[in-house]
Design a binder for this molecule. Structure first.
Ligand code: 8YV
Length: 331
């Protein structure tokens, strides 16, 4: 039996125990067994001497942490989004970063579509009304919303998840799809999605249902604010499954209260898990706690991919989904 010491890794977010078990043959494993993430000082303390860390979207990996954890070689996030990680700072220090793309695309698109439909058809609002015991009689306009089928679906951010939502809209619901993205899709990808690239302003003006699926960066902070909401149709809905901070939540609450747009569906919030209390005061909004990728098979696949990345990266293998592959092979 080898007496060589195994590298140490930290699983900073609780996950499926059988998936954590897969790490144990390779590493000395420390886990976070609580549902809460650790504050950064605690994370730094626990990372001392660790070669790898498994994280989720909530752990902030910045220069302070990297400088305080010189043994760290690999950061593996179970999320596809990585705005919590300073990737250039990792690259500069030779630290590999991996994320978990693809495995959550369809599940997240399902949820985005569900949230959009719930907003359009006023499902949460009418359920709350019913639970409050306020349903006394039927009326012709009671909770009458807007149609999804045949409507114009606007998508801001046409990556993998945006395209999966477009596919649902075009093929399942006969929607016209317009989108705005830094780069236009090749014509052969647009055609089966019935999708047309438009300027952002046209997207806002034309969409009956606008879904946000773009990655967060400071450049897109509050890209949807009061001015943009005012350009939208009063009958339109807005759905955000991307990241908090892309939408100015205070402006959105005001727009919903004023009837500037008809309804919204939010899965992500500025400063989550806290949320702007004004959002709770408007009825025409569906609010969910960042669960767009939360089906059991998909959360298992995300965790499994993060573990695969960690094992490969620290045992001389080829990590499946590196974000900064240029650090591989650097000694
Ligand atoms: C995750 C997500 O659940 O993958 C992402 O980028 O936003 C979600 O699927 C979350 O980030 C995990 O912390």
């Amino acid at each position: 039996m080898s007496t060589e010491k195994k590298p140490k890794v930290l699983v900073a977010r609780k996950t499926f125990p059988d998936i954590v078990e897969r790490l144990r043959p390779h590493f000395e494993v420390e886990t976070n067994d609580s549902e809460d993430g650790w504050p950064q000082a605690e994370l730094i303390r626990r990372l001392q001497g660790k070669a790898g860390v498994y994280i989720a979207g909530g752990e902030k990996i910045d220069q302070i942490l990297l400088d305080a954890c010189p043994a760290l070689k690999v950061i593996s996030t179970m999320a596809v989004g990585y705005n919590n990680i300073d990737v250039p700072a990792c690259t500069a220090r030779g630290v590999l970063v991996t994320n978990a793309p693809d495995v959550l695309t369809e599940t997240t698109a399902d949820f985005g579509f569900a949230l959009m439909m719930a907003a359009a058809r006023r499902i949460a609002e009418s359920e709350h009304f019913l639970r409050r015991g306020e349903w006394k009689q039927w009326s012709v306009t009671m909770f009458a919303g807007s149609d999804v089928h045949g409507a114009t679906l606007g998508i801001l951010g046409m990556g993998r998840i945006g395209q999966a939502i477009a596919k649902r809209g075009a093929l399942g619901f006969g929607m016209q799809v317009i989108y705005h993205n830094r780069s236009r899709l090749p014509a052969e990808q647009e055609a089966p999605l019935n999708a047309r690239w438009v300027e952002k302003e046209e997207l806002l003006r034309q969409a009956d249902h606008l879904v946000l699926v773009l990655p967060y960066s400071p450049a897109v902070h509050h890209i949807i604010g009061a001015r943009e909401l005012a350009l939208m149709k009063p009958t339109a809905t807005l759905t955000n499954i991307a990241r908090g901070g892309i939408v100015d939540d205070a402006a959105l609450a005001q727009a919903l209260a004023a009837g500037t747009i008809a309804a919204a569906g939010l899965d992500v919030y500025e400063g989550e898990p806290a949320l702007n209390p004004a959002l709770l005061t408007v009825p025409n909004i569906v609010l969910t706690p960042h669960i767009a990728s939360a089906s059991i098979p998909t959360r298992r696949a995300m965790s499994g991919l993060a573990v695969d990345n960690l094992i490969a990266a620290l045992t001389g293998g080829k990590p499946p989904t590196p974000l900064n592959p240029e650090v591989l092979g650097r000694s």
